[in-house]
Design a protein around this ligand. Structure first.
Ligand code: A2R
Ligand code: GDD
Length: 316
């Protein structure tokens, strides 16, 4: 079983590579020439890394032709929502054209690999309190260029399945956290600030953005298990939510983290961390995935946050 992971150097890609190795798969990954490999250094001898950039059709086709994988997990993306307002064209190009290059390369090479497309709960965007829990049939009302890019990736996946019968399975993962999470994302950012304060490297003031948003959190290790199950048991052409089914305010996430430290910390809102529009509530219904694959999350959110704090305690 040959598995190709785009975005293998990232947060989710690195956890997914661990999981695929544990399933006995031969793991291939795409990395850009300047990609940092710290997330996968522990398995670097066990995987194959190929240089490539999904924005470039030639490069993408060359990698796919060399690997000829059975499974493709398409994770590579500009993944940070705020950056999508600062660099909208780059976000749309990487996320949409990057995926298009993969699909066209697969057609050109005659590859029938099963491919997972990492969509996002951000596709639902503006959701009203009476529209939760969110099923796959909720309207898509993205509130950021990132959300628009993920809707487009999702619809492109649908269209290529319908037009050419390609084995494309789309996922819409709600927020997922854990060790190795990029330091700009909320749980990782708050955890890192706490550790910097614990070590006396920062004044005891923790900067935050919008604490009122509600999000549905799952551990990244549960999410990569869902990605694997989706390719093993999912129906091509279909889309599956991946969610815990519980939503908490970001304020509650912060309170959980603050309970895990002995230092006294003042919380301060930083206007630069507020978004032009923030998705108010994301609470997912993943019954479709659970019924099809038997998946359910196993790791508590307390453990996810504790592991994230410990990750930073070892690094800061
Ligand atoms: O920045 P790099 O060189 O380490 O690679 C990142 C990769 N990536 C690309 N790979 C090839 N060609 C590109 N043009 C390109 N642009 C970005 O995507 C990195 O390996 C990965 C993104 O990792 P993270 O930012 O840590 O994202 P995360 O949380 O792992 O998200 C995975 C997927 C994304 O599609 C999100 O939109 C979705 O889950 O939520
Ligand atoms: N990053 C960040 N930093 N977010 C903050 C902060 C802060 O200081 N304070 C409050 N927040 C709020 C954001 O406004 C948002 O409502 C929530 O915390 C989560 O923000 P992020 O962790 O940046 O994640 P995201 O929800 O925007 O996007 C992540 O999840 C998506 C799935 O729903 C990313 O991983 C996306 O790639 C992914 O698709």
């Amino acid at each position: 079983m040959k598995v190709l992971i785009t975005g293998i150097t990232g947060f989710v890609g690195s956890h997914l590579a661990d999981y695929c190795l544990s399933k006995g798969a031969e793991v291939f990954g795409i990395k850009r020439w300047r990609s940092r490999t710290e997330n996968i250094d522990h398995i670097i001898e066990k995987i194959h890394l190929l240089e490539g950039d999904i924005r470039d059709a030639t490069s993408t086709s060359e990698v796919l032709g060399k690997v000829r994988p059975d499974y493709i997990f398409h994770l590579a993306a500009q993944s940070f929502v705020p950056t999508s307002w600062k660099a909208p064209a780059e976000t749309l190009t990487t996320n949409i054209i990057g995926e298009l290059n993969i699909f066209e390369a697969m057609r050109e090479l005659g590859l029938s690999a099963r491919i997972q497309i990492a969509g996002s709960s951000e596709e639902y965007g503006m959701v009203y309190e009476n529209e939760v829990p969110i099923t796959e049939n909720n309207p898509l009302r993205p509130l950021s260029p990132y959300g628009v890019s993920k809707v487009t990736q999702d619809l492109l996946g649908y269209q290529y399945n319908q037009s050419y019968g390609m084995n494309i399975i789309r996922t819409r993962a709600f927020n997922h956290e854990g060790p190795k999470r990029g330091e700009v994302f909320v749980s990782s950012n708050f955890a890192k600030q706490i550790v910097e304060i614990e070590k006396g490297l920062k004044k005891p003031v923790l900067k935050v953005g919008n604490l009122e948003a509600k999000r549905d959190f799952t551990d990244v290790r549960d999410v990569v298990r869902a990605y694997w199950l989706v390719l093993e048991k999912g129906e091509p052409g279909e889309v599956y939510n991946i969610a815990s089914g519980k939503a908490i305010k970001i304020k509650e996430l912060l309170d959980m983290l603050l309970k895990m430290t002995d230092v006294k910390i003042k919380v301060e809102q930083d206007p630069a961390r507020m978004r032009p529009s923030d998705v108010p509530i994301l609470l997912g219904d993943s019954s479709k995935l659970r019924e099809r694959t038997g998946w359910k999350p196993e790791i508590s959110f307390e453990k996810t946050l504790k592991d994230t704090l410990d990750y930073w305690r070892e690094r800061v």
